[in-house]
Design a protein around this ligand. Structure first.
Ligand code: SF4
Length: 309
């Protein structure tokens, strides 16, 4: 039978009744006045009981003073085992501690800060340093032809530089490695490339709202500056100062309203011809012309009508 099954589930009566003893122990351990109501008791085993008291200390909401009391077999005296402050089920707890290396977030690095990388950082892998190249005269070194050897021996004797210095295989490989940017202690691993690509694609990729509403993609934009390396197949750098991605690595499938070709500039509006000509002059004579008889005739008729009435 296991030890757990031999434990008594029913609290020992004398231990359960020792509330005052437990309270006194809690008050001795706590600051004055912070031990509150007796809230629960738990049987820890045969003749071992823990009493819980509410903690009234500010900043420890939901915590409880736990005082464990016990008595020996066939003894009537109950004694205190320990008194500790424990979090209750709804206690206010500090967040779980996180190591500093996992706490850092992008943008946390400030001027003067150092962020060392681990030797086994998965994002990096050994680069080409040239140290693996065999020495020039070793048995596994690339063989020189006879003429080059004669030239080198001649140069040793005369003190002249041999013809073709620096053009041997090792120098050429190092030069190419330099050019490709590989001659570093460590370079990005495949994993490092993948997580960088995912990160960039999330910020400036085809699924962003800006790209969805763009008239065309970065791949056809004149503001896109190509980058080197394998990531050039999917990314470039935006160099449009009015774009939200200026100076950022963008996916070739990204796009914005500042695309060099897709945005059509509206033509300046041509004003409609004026309905009322306010520039030309109109003639308004004060009197009718002398040779016009119609107005005089009308006036005479009107005078006759007034005379008859
Ligand atoms: S201006 Fe817009 S479309 Fe052109 S490269 Fe920059 S983000 Fe892409």
């Amino acid at each position: 039978m296991s030890a757990a099954t031999t434990r008594s589930r029913t609290p020992d009566r004398l231990c359960a009744e020792a509330v005052d003893l437990a309270r006194a122990a809690a008050e001795e351990a706590a600051a004055p006045g912070v031990v509150g109501e007796h809230v629960a008791l738990v049987s820890e085993g045969d003749r071992v009981v823990t009493h819980f008291f509410e903690c009234r200390e500010l900043g420890y909401r939901g915590w409880r003073w736990a005082v464990t009391v016990a008595r020996a077999s066939r003894a009537k005296v109950v004694t205190v085992d320990e008194a500790v402050l424990l979090p209750g089920p709804d206690a206010l707890l500090a967040p779980e501690w996180v190591p500093w290396s996992e706490r850092l977030r992008p943008g946390d690095l400030g001027p003067g800060d150092l962020l060392p990388t681990q030797a086994d950082d998965l994002r990096l892998e050994p680069g080409y340093t040239g140290e693996d190249e065999p020495p020039p005269n070793s048995a596994v070194a690339p063989s020189h032809d006879l003429e080059e050897r004669v030239e080198e021996e001649d140069a040793e004797l005369t003190g002249r530089a041999p013809a073709g210095t620096g053009d041997d295989g090792r120098g050429a490989i190092a030069a190419v490695a330099d050019e490709l940017g590989m001659r570093r202690a460590r370079v990005l691993s495949r994993y490092g490339l993948h997580i960088a690509a995912d990160r960039w694609d999330e910020s400036f990729g085809a699924k962003t709202p800006m790209a969805q509403a763009a008239p065309a993609q970065c791949v056809t934009c004149g503001f896109l500056v190509p980058i080197a390396g394998s990531l050039r197949q999917a990314f470039g750098v935006c160099a449009n100062e009015f774009s939200p991605a200026d100076g950022r690595v963008v996916s070739l499938a990204y796009g914005c309203g500042g695309h060099s070709e897709a945005a059509v500039m509206p033509k300046p509006p041509v004003p409609a011809p004026p309905v009322h000509d306010t520039v030309a002059t109109d003639e308004f004579p004060l009197r009718p012309a002398p040779d016009s008889g119609s107005v005089t005739a009308e006036t005479d008729t009107a005078s006759e009508d007034l005379g008859h009435s």
